[in-house]
Ligand binder design. Structure first.
Ligand code: CAA
Length: 383
C-alpha cells in the first residue's frame, strides 16, 4: 500500500490550492450568504481542467487519476465546499457514467463539451418519495416509437437549473422495481422539462440544488444510457465513485476547520496568554489532526483502489462515512474553539459547520454507508 502522493499529485494540489486561494476565497463567504451561483468561476475551473479531471483527453478531459481528483476536490472544498460539489457532480456523477456506459456517439455529444467545461451535467436519482431507497422512485418513461415519454419529479438535484443535461433514473418497467429502472440523458430545452428555484439550504448555498419536473418529456431513444433495466446498477456504480468525491469534500472542510482553529488559538488571548497554550485546546487540535489524517488515508485509499481497477465501493463508503463524520465533528470543535466569535458570520467557522452537515447526508446518508460497509463485511468483501 502506498502512503505517499506522487510529485504529479503534489503539483495538482499546489495548482488547485493556488487557484482556490486566488479565485475562490475572495467570493466564498459572500456567495454563501447571497446563495449566489459562482458563475464567474465555472469557466476558470474548466480552463484548469477541474470539470473533466478523470475524463480521457481524447474526450476533452484532463486524464488525471482518481487520487488527483480527490486532492483537487479536497483543495477546492478547503476554501469553498460549494465549488467542491459543483466540480464533483460534473466529474463523478455525470461524466463517469456517460463515459463508462455511453455509446461512442453519446460520448461525443454528452461527454466532450462537459469535460471541457463548456456545458455542465447533473445526476437525477432522488425523488420526494425516494431518498435512501432509490428503487422506490416513481418517475416513469414509457417507450412510444422512437421516444421515451418521461413523467415524474426529481428532488435535491445539485447543479439543477444550470445543468445542460441530467442523467434521469426512471422506471421503464415499473412492475420490476429496481430491475425496471433505466437511465435517460435529458437535455435542457426539451419541452416539458422544467425546474424549481434553488432550494433554501443550511449550507453549500452557492451550489444550487433544485427540483426537476418532467411532464410528458419526449426523450429520443438514442438518449438511453446503457440498456433498458440497467438504470439501478448504473446509479449504484456511479455513487460508488461519487462517494470518493464527497469524502474528499468533507476532508477539505475538515482541513479548513483545523487550519482556522490553529490560527485562532494562537491569536486569541485569555487569562493573559494565547488559548493555544491550554491543553484543553491542544487536545482538540490534536484530535482534529488525527481524525483528518485518517480520513485522508481512507479517501486516497478508495481512490487508489479505483485507479488500480480493484473493488472500491465499500472502501468509498467507509471513506465517505468517516470523513463526513469527521468534518461535522471538526466543524463543531472549530466553532467551539472560536467561542462566541465562531457563532457569528465574521468567521468562516459557522460556514464550515453548515457545509459539513451535508457530507453526512448526500450521496447516501452515513447510515446507508454503514449498510454498504456492513454488507461487504458479511459477504467477505472487506477484511
Ligand atoms: N454496484 C453494482 N451493483 C449494485 C450495487 C453497486 N454498488 N449496489 C447494489 N447493486 C445491485 C445488487 O447486486 C442487486 O443486483 P441484482 O438485482 O442483480 O441482485 C441490485 O443492485 C439491488 O441491490 P440491493 O437489493 O442491495 O438494493 P437496495 O434497493 O436494497 O439498495 C442501497 C441498496 C445500498 C441501500 C442503495 O439503495 C443505496 O445506495 N441507497 C442510497 C441512495 C443514495 O446514495 N442516494 C444519493 C442520491 S444522489 C446525491 O445525493 C447527489 C448529490 O446531491 C450531490
Amino acid at each position: 500500500m502506498q502512503f505517499e502522493t506522487t510529485p504529479e499529485q503534489d503539483l495538482i494540489r499546489q495548482t488547485v490550492r493556488e487557484f482556490a486561494e486566488k479565485n475562490v476565497r475572495p467570493i466564498a463567504a459572500k456567495a454563501d450568504q447571497e446563495k449566489r451561483w459562482p458563475a464567474e468561476n465555472i469557466p476558470k475551473m474548466a480552463e484548469l481542467g477541474l470539470l473533466g479531471l478523470n475524463t480521457d483527453p481524447a474526450l476533452g478531459g484532463a486524464g488525471a487519476d482518481m487520487v488527483s481528483y480527490a486532492i483537487a476536490i479536497e483543495e477546492l472544498s478547503r476554501v469553498c465546499a460549494s465549488h467542491g460539489v459543483i466540480a464533483s457532480v460534473n466529474n463523478s456523477l455525470y461524466l463517469w457514467p456517460v463515459t463508462t456506459f455511453g455509446t461512442d456517439a453519446q460520448k461525443q455529444k454528452f461527454a466532450t463539451p462537459y469535460a471541457q467545461g463548456k456545458k455542465l451535467g447533473a445526476y437525477g436519482l432522488s425523488e420526494p418519495v425516494a431518498g435512501s431507497d432509490p428503487a422506490g422512485g416513481q418517475s416513469t418513461a414509457q417507450k412510444k416509437g422512437d421516444v421515451y415519454v418521461l413523467n415524474g419529479q426529481k428532488n435535491f438535484i445539485t447543479n439543477g437549473g444550470h445543468a445542460d443535461t441530467v442523467i434521469v433514473f426512471c422506471k421503464t418497467d415499473p412492475a420490476q422495481r429496481h430491475k425496471g429502472m433505466s437511465a435517460l440523458l435529458v437535455e435542457k430545452g426539451m419541452p416539458g422539462f422544467t425546474w424549481s428555484e434553488p432550494e433554501h439550504k443550511v449550507g453549500i448555498r452557492a451550489a444550487h440544488s433544485t427540483q426537476l419536473y418532467f411532464d410528458n418529456v419526449e426523450v429520443p431513444k438514442e438518449n438511453l444510457l446503457g440498456k433498458e433495466g440497467d438504470g439501478f446498477k448504473i446509479a449504484m456504480k456511479t455513487l460508488d465513485g461519487g462517494r470518493i468525491g464527497i469524502a474528499a469534500q468533507a476532508l477539505g472542510i475538515a482541513q479548513a476547520c483545523l487550519e482556522e482553529s490553529v490560527a485562532y488559538a494562537k491569536e486569541r488571548e485569555q487569562f493573559g496568554k494565547p488559548i493555544a497554550d491550554f491543553q484543553a485546546i491542544q487536545f482538540k487540535l490534536a484530535d482534529m489532526a488525527m481524525r483528518i489524517q485518517a480520513s485522508r488515508l481512507l479517501t486516497y485509499q478508495a481512490a487508489a483502489l479505483k485507479d488500480a481497477g480493484k473493488s472500491y465501493g465499500p472502501a468509498a463508503a467507509m471513506a465517505k462515512c468517516f470523513a463526513g463524520d469527521t468534518a461535522m465533528w471538526a466543524a463543531t470543535e472549530c466553532v467551539q474553539i472560536h467561542g462566541g466569535n465562531g457563532y457569528t458570520t465574521d468567521y468562516a467557522a459557522e460556514r464550515h459547520f453548515r457545509d459539513a452537515k451535508i457530507t453526512q447526508i448526500y450521496e447516501g446518508t452515513n447510515e446507508i454507508q454503514r449498510v454498504v460497509v456492513g454488507g461487504a463485511l458479511l459477504k467477505g468483501d472487506l477484511r
